[in-house]
Design a binder for this molecule. Structure first.
Ligand SMILES: Cc1cc2nc3c(=O)[nH]c(=O)nc-3n(C[C@H](O)[C@H](O)[C@H](O)COP(=O)(O)O)c2cc1C
Length: 205
């Protein structure tokens, strides 16, 4: 597909056919993610693909428990909101695969020359680690679209990030950023309404 077509056709897909995604394709999606720009070209990526149903179930179960444990007002509407959020955080359980993205800290040049911590510098630069991860994830979504797959970027499951990191066997150096659910789309694909560029674009010359 042409790039414009891929960008225009990408939508978040949350419902999948019962069809496995070959591991070579999952790896290729991760490879496309890894080509994204990253701060200092540090390429901090670690991709963990999961196709094992039991592991996906365990992950979703942990997320479910964390959402259930959130304090609420015990009203009907609060319960409805919780169950809605829960679905958007756990539907990956029914995907044939997910790719989790974790990153490690980059080494800042500034860190070596000034008396500021890595954390301070990262904040000052408006979290270039997270910005890099965003570029990586978008590349993965576009790659999935290009291959006729449907994908969804998910941060809601990170409510259980500590336990998910353990399940995914991440070491202490790697911070879990998001998971991307990947599968062959099922049902109609409904693109979201998007704002008109004329309402968002200004030129200063
Ligand atoms: C940082 C980020 C986090 C997201 N987290 C979730 C999520 O946890 N669950 C979910 O269903 N969708 C999630 N989404 C997908 C958005 O809901 C979706 O991109 C948005 O509604 C626009 O729809 P589109 O992707 O079809 O254009 C996330 C998207 C981004 C960029």
């Amino acid at each position: 597909m042409e790039l414009t077509q891929v960008v225009e056709q990408r939508v978040s897909i949350r419902s999948y056919k019962d069809q496995e995604v070959p591991v070579e394709i999952l790896k290729e999606i991760a490879r496309m993610g890894s080509l994204a720009p990253s701060v200092n070209n540090y390429q901090p990526w670690k991709f963990v693909a999961v196709t094992n149903k039991e592991i996906l179930h365990k992950m979703a179960h942990e997320v479910h428990d964390r959402i259930e444990a959130l304090p609420d007002s015990e009203t009907e509407s609060s319960k409805n909101i919780k169950s809605q959020v829960e679905w958007f955080a756990t539907f990956f359980e029914d995907a044939p695969s997910v790719i989790a993205l974790a990153i490690e800290d980059y080494e800042s040049v500034l860190e070596q020359g000034v008396d500021l911590t890595h954390k301070d510098i990262n904040k000052m630069r408006n979290y270039p680690d997270i910005q890099s991860a965003g570029a990586c994830i978008q590349n993965m979504l576009l790659a999935a679209t290009d291959k006729g797959l449907g994908a969804c970027w998910m941060s809601a499951p990170l409510i259980a990030s500590k336990t998910l990191s353990e399940i995914l066997k991440l070491d202490d150096k790697h911070k879990l950023i998001a998971i991307v659910a990947v599968g062959y789309p099922k049902g109609d694909i409904k693109p979201k309404a998007k704002k008109n560029i004329n309402d968002m674009f200004t030129l200063m010359k």
